[in-house]
Design a protein around this ligand. Structure first.
Ligand code: PSV
Ligand code: MN
Length: 427
């Protein structure tokens, strides 16, 4: 982690320039009645959880190349997230994935994380791979599904695993369980759409009913992969039906990479919010499908429109949902990618805050399409980077996180400590 002295030394050298930029932007925004100070205040409170499975390098089915110095344990993953947060001041929690993370002493792990300023965001269960502890040493397998499996014993094992993940999360101070299922089938006629769906709905209800008060269950949809012909929870409609069947504490989680090409994700966000069942996000970006690349790197305008819908849902302020990053870092240093993704989410949020919502609504009611576009573009084209940097500085982070990370020599130190061939758990 960067020490407060290191943060201060880094910022001192850049503060005068930042102040000048913020002053200029404050004056520009004031001309259209917008307050830079209130945008900075909102940004200061913004945090997006880092995934424990993405502080190591990700792989594709064609191979995996270790980045060097990858975390070998959940404690080391927490160290990486704490370092990330000391730079960004906007990654204050980590999302664990079980059994990739399987702490033997949850109370000690909780203390370990809290002492480094990191909390536990939503827990994730894994029934898309066989796990000896829940599939009885190979007797049962998730090869043909988990909650949707035709075999009741497999369904029960999958439910048991989810209940155990909730119990673990309670000990860690988490308050949500996110369930993404690979369940589905690859060949037409290979299973019955309806019976699979009904089994999943029944399983989710049992899991839901195990949630302690204050907890939520997230259903995460994805159109395909690894199931190719049909996935049970393939889209937001299925996800909504499953959440409704599970119970009142179940909400839908939108992973930005889990849509077919050209899907209007911002409209999906609006629909789920309208139904009162929008629970959270997995941020990432994609050109084709579930590419899991850096948030905002390919479609920053789409990300901006998603934040516009979130602000619509919160009547001008960001609803308190579970905001998480879910990416796979094949080529970049994962911490550098997470720095850039966190920045991209904050930029989109800041730009969305700049929209003159009253003027937009009036223009919509007048069917003035040109003015509507003008109002969106005015916000989207504003270079809000100084506001994001200033919010980060005020929250205790550094003005230029990527630069500070590289200067810190963190990766080289971890390669020396953990080894150049250390491989983190995950896909
Ligand atoms: C599935 O592609 C997913 O988006 C789910 O959130 C999983 O938990 C995660 O990726 C696994 O890498
Ligand atoms: Mn996801």
């Amino acid at each position: 982690m960067l020490t407060p002295d290191q943060v201060q030394a880094h910022n001192e050298a850049r503060q005068a320039d930042l102040e000048a930029d913020v002053e200029h932007l404050t004056a520009v925004l004031a001309r259209s009645g917008k307050s830079a100070a209130s945008v900075i205040d909102s940004l200061e409170a913004f945090s997006v959880a880092a995934p424990s499975w993405a502080v190591g390098s990700g792989g594709t089915r064609f191979g995996r190349f270790a980045i060097g110095g990858e975390p070998r344990t959940t404690e080391e993953k927490i160290d990486d997230v704490a370092t990330l947060n000391s730079l960004t001041a906007a990654n204050r929690s980590i999302s664990l994935h079980v059994p990739w993370d399987e702490p033997t002493d949850p109370a000690a792990l909780k203390q370990y994380a809290l002492s480094r300023g990191v909390r536990f965001a939503a827990m994730n269960s894994n029934t898309f791979q066989d796990n000896p502890s829940t599939t009885e040493n190979g007797r049962l397998t998730y090869k043909f599904g988990s909650l949707a499996n035709a075999d009741q014993a497999v369904r029960e094992a999958a439910i048991e695993h989810n209940l155990a993940v909730i119990d673990l999360g309670v000990k860690l101070g988490s308050d949500a369980l996110c369930i993404w299922l690979a369940d589905g089938f690859n060949h037409p006629g290979g299973a019955d759409h309806r019976r699979q769906f009904e089994r999943v709905a029944a399983g989710l209800k049992v899991i839901h009913d195990h949630l302690p008060s204050g907890w939520q269950l997230f259903t995460e949809h994805k159109p395909f992969e690894p199931a190719f012909f049909a996935t049970v929870n393939a889209d937001w409609g299925s996800s909504l039906l499953l959440a409704q069947a599970a119970g009142p504490k179940a909400n839908c989680l939108v992973d930005l990479g889990h849509h077919l090409p050209n899907a209007n994700i911002e409209q999906i966000v609006s629909r789920l919010a309208m139904a009162g069942r929008l629970g959270g996000f997995h941020f990432n970006d994609a050109k084709y499908a579930d590419d899991d690349v850096t948030t905002g790197s390919i479609k920053p305008f789409q990300l901006f429109l998603v934040f516009c819908e979130l602000l619509n849902a919160g009547d001008g302020s960001l609803p308190a949902l579970a905001y998480m990053i879910d990416q796979s870092h094949n080529l970049k240093d994962p911490l550098e990618d997470l720095i850039q993704s966190t920045e991209a989410a904050a930029l989109a949020y800041a730009q969305a805050l700049l929209i003159d919502r009253a003027a937009l609504r009036a223009a919509q009611d007048e069917n003035d399409a040109a003015l509507c576009q003008e109002l969106l573009q005015r916000a989207f084209r504003t270079d809000v980077r100084p506001l994001v940097a200033e919010a980060r500085r005020r929250a205790g982070g550094v003005i230029t996180p990527l630069e500070a990370y590289r200067e810190s020599g963190y990766r080289q130190a971890k390669i020396a400590e953990r080894g150049s061939d250390a491989v983190a758990s995950g896909l």
